[in-house]
Design a protein around this ligand. Structure first.
Ligand code: ZN
Length: 275
């Protein structure tokens, strides 16, 4: 075991306890040097890195911002907040990129591995319980009604007797060169449990869910097209069942004449009939 001072391994300055992060090799990065990488790199992400990993990350981060931030053109913007004016996430579908609030680096949409929603709740006060009974305009009343949930079947339900104090959309990332393993999007950024803030959070969660699910489906389709080109062209060239019949008849002749093998005939037949 070597001895590690409290000095920052990068600038040589003092790595104070409150702002530093510890690396896997036992060395430290100070708060100032830390700002050269995404703020989404967590303590546990740092613990997986060595000094040379971080050195490389400084360059990767700088390059990412230089190459992508100017080219980034949002095609989808996800808003939250009671007035729905706070940007949570932006996607540039043409480049296959996304970026999140307060962060300059641009990620690949394909780096999103999984996602989940975290609902934060707290117990209702007596006053709020009364409010829930009497005031039809409150977020809590709305949320507990079928109305509140029917629109958002994917969003976790608030246990009864409690109120929603926060909703996070958490993206788990595939290993990426920005060393970010998790992105937590706060969908109730004003910390208020008003009906407007809650509805906007639930809308945003719903939209993010739909967007990411559809993207996964599109990726799946892209993969499918890439591997089944022959199938696709065979079925478009036949078009109708009459055409398919004619084509099969020709194929059968070719088989009988010994020009194509039984395997080739079977494969073609499968493709024509779209089996
Ligand atoms: Zn430093």
């Amino acid at each position: 075991m070597g001895f590690f001072s409290d000095k920052c391994a990068f600038c040589g300055g003092k790595a104070t306890i409150l702002t530093r992060n510890k690396l896997g090799d036992g060395s430290f990065i100070c708060g100032d040097c830390r700002t050269k990488v995404s703020h989404l790199v967590s303590s546990s992400d740092f613990e997986k890195m060595t000094k040379s990993d971080v050195q490389e990350l400084f360059e990767t981060t700088e390059r990412n911002i230089a190459e992508r931030s100017g080219a980034f053109t949002p095609t989808m913007t996800f808003y939250a907040g009671a007035s729905r004016n706070k940007i949570v996430m932006e996607a540039d579908e043409n480049h296959g990129w996304f970026r999140v609030k307060d962060e300059k680096v641009v990620f690949d949409l394909s780096d999103i591995a999984t996602f989940k929603m975290n609902l934060r709740t707290s117990e209702l006060s007596e006053k709020e319980k009364e409010e829930q009974k009497n005031n039809n305009n409150s977020f809590m009343t709305w949320l507990f009604s079928n109305d509140g949930y029917n629109n958002y079947p994917e969003v976790p339900r608030c246990p009864s007797g409690r109120k929603v104090t926060g909703l996070d959309f958490v993206l788990t990332m595939n290993p990426n060169n920005l060393h970010v393993s998790k992105i937590t999007l706060n969908l109730m950024p004003d910390w208020s449990s008003t009906k407007e803030a809650g509805q906007s959070a639930y809308d945003c969660a719903h939209n993010l869910y739909q967007f990411i699910q559809n993207r996964a489906a599109n990726n799946y389709q892209h993969n499918n097209t890439a591997t089944s080109t022959t199938n696709a062209s065979a079925s478009t060239s036949t078009g109708s069942s009459a055409d398919a019949y004619e084509e099969l008849k020709k194929l059968k002749e070719l088989l009988d004449m010994g020009i194509i093998s039984q395997e080739e005939f079977d494969a073609k037949k499968k493709a024509i009939l779209n089996l």
